[in-house]
Design a protein around this ligand. Structure first.
Ligand SMILES: Cc1cc2nc3c(=O)[nH]c(=O)nc-3n(C[C@H](O)[C@H](O)[C@H](O)COP(=O)(O)OP(=O)(O)OC[C@H]3O[C@@H](n4cnc5c(N)ncnc54)[C@H](O)[C@@H]3O)c2cc1C
Length: 415
């Protein structure tokens, strides 16, 4: 039995941020992490001598993103090149007039979403599409990248709450590498999944296969999917939490990285849609950072289907689409080096949270403390920054501050 002030479950962006905040307050904290690595859905892999982010890659709202500050503190260089989606896409299969027409369709869709968000009743975002609109499939594809689900499953109310300053930067050595580095010096037990949290006795007990940890309080940062499924159980059970988590599932987005021979033939930092007339298409970021790589992105149903084939499914699909657009010699020139499969990952079971229609308020229910000693964090708990690593950071710090306040009160009472 290990005894600490506060135990944190999960060493992703939220858990690391919470741990750093507790350390600042000089409280003893232990993080238990199910995986053998730190970072959760933030994961940089070194492949072919290049860092690739299989999870988060962009510092969204970078001008006010706390991880930008941490990068400065730890000496991680930031690339401020505007993201490919803020500039024109490759014109190979998408002419400049068509791109203008598409952007105008997005603006009209966005305006209808903003209007619909003012209504009391929530509804699926797909109801804000123009009937028979020429770009509906591509708008739907964008939703699969942004939200991990098609528009028919997306809540207008929840989407309208997402805050975005429109500034997006990248960490040159990888967002995952940054979050892992930020955890340096924290006490973390890896390969140590929490199975159950018992919160009936005088101390909270976190049961793991490597023993039980007793603490004054626990900060739970696991993805909503793990709470909804009961993979992490509570005793006594927390029915409201489990229901809230179930209504805040994770959508699916996956990446594949391909090394390309003769990269100079391709433009740098450019987006190429695999197709512009369907929802089930990859979006390809050609030569991020000017590297000899192509980063493919897939979301929603397409990502679910491709995961069935294993990681090779993404490479096969990407090579087919890229060869059809850029010429059959791409089959020879493209070499898959890494791919994600977040839906099959037992400690993620998806990529980022969305709220089912009518469920946006449940983010607060998921985040609410229980008896002033169970605190909850993680991107799904964020009302305005959900689905992001900085949203996770903010919820982690907020949960740590709640725990610090309660601990100080208890110390005051016993003094
Ligand atoms: C493909 C992809 C692209 C993305 N792109 C971006 C992006 O560009 N920008 C951005 O801001 N965000 C992006 N995200 C989202 C971002 O990665 C996540 O929102 C963020 O990392 C979530 O952090 P978290 O701490 O809430 O959860 P997690 O990172 O999931 O951390 C939870 C931790 O809990 C651990 N855990 C699970 N179960 C247990 C258990 N029983 N016991 C102990 N530990 C457990 C997990 O292993 C994990 O380490 C992307 C995600 C994906 C998958």
């Amino acid at each position: 039995m290990h005894d600490v002030d506060i135990v944190i479950v999960g060493a992703g962006a939220a858990g690391v941020a919470a741990g750093r905040r507790l350390r600042q307050a000089r409280l003893s904290g232990l993080i238990v992490e199910a995986r053998g690595r730190i970072g959760g859905r933030a994961w940089t892999m070194e492949q072919a001598g290049l860092p690739v982010d299989l999870g988060c890659g962009w510092l969204h709202s970078a001008d006010e993103n706390e991880w930008t500050g941490v990068a400065g503190e730890l000496g991680f260089a930031i690339d401020r090149t505007p993201p490919p989606w803020s500039r024109n896409a490759h014109q190979l299969n998408f002419s400049a007039p068509d791109q203008r027409d598409f952007h105008a369709a997005w603006d009209r869709f966005d305006a209808r979403m903003a209007q619909a968000a003012k209504e009391k009743a929530d509804r699926p975002a797909s109801e804000c599409l123009e009937a028979g609109g020429r770009w509906n499939s591509l708008l739907d594809a964008l939703s699969t990248y942004i939200n991990g689900v098609e528009l028919e499953r997306l809540s207008v109310h929840d989407f309208s709450r997402y805050r975005n300053t429109g500034v997006n930067w990248r960490v040159v050595k990888g967002y995952g590498a940054l979050i892992e580095a930020a955890a340096a010096g924290l006490e973390i037990a890896t390969d140590c999944p929490a199975l159950q949290i018992v919160h009936s006795g005088p101390r909270v007990r976190v049961v793991t296969p490597r023993g039980t940890i007793a603490a004054r309080a626990a900060i739970v940062t696991v993805p909503s999917t793990l709470i909804a499924s009961g993979a992490l159980a509570f005793d006594p059970p927390l029915v409201d939490k489990v229901d809230a988590a179930a209504a805040l599932p994770l959508g699916l987005a996956d990446k594949v990285f391909l090394r390309v021979d003769e990269p100079e033939a391709l433009p740098v930092q450019t987006r190429l849609f695999g197709a512009i007339d369907r929802t089930a298409t990859g979006s390809y970021h050609l030569r991020p950072f000017g590297s000899p790589l192509i980063e493919g992105y897939f979301g929603g149903r397409l990502a679910h289907e491709l995961e069935q084939e294993g990681e090779a499914g993404f490479a096969r699909f990407a090579v087919d689409q890229l060869a059809a657009l850029l010429g059959s010699d791409m089959r020879r020139r493209l070499h898959p080096i890494a791919a994600s499969a977040w839906g099959r990952d037992p400690y993620a079971r998806g990529s980022y949270s969305y709220a089912e229609v009518g469920s946006t308020e449940l983010r607060s229910v998921l985040a609410a403390p229980v008896d002033d000693r169970l605190f909850f964090a993680g991107e799904a708990c964020s009302i305005n920054d959900y689905s992001t690593a900085h949203g996770a950071y903010r919820t982690g710090v907020a949960a740590a501050e709640q725990a610090i306040r309660v601990t100080a009160k208890l110390a005051g009472a016993s003094a």
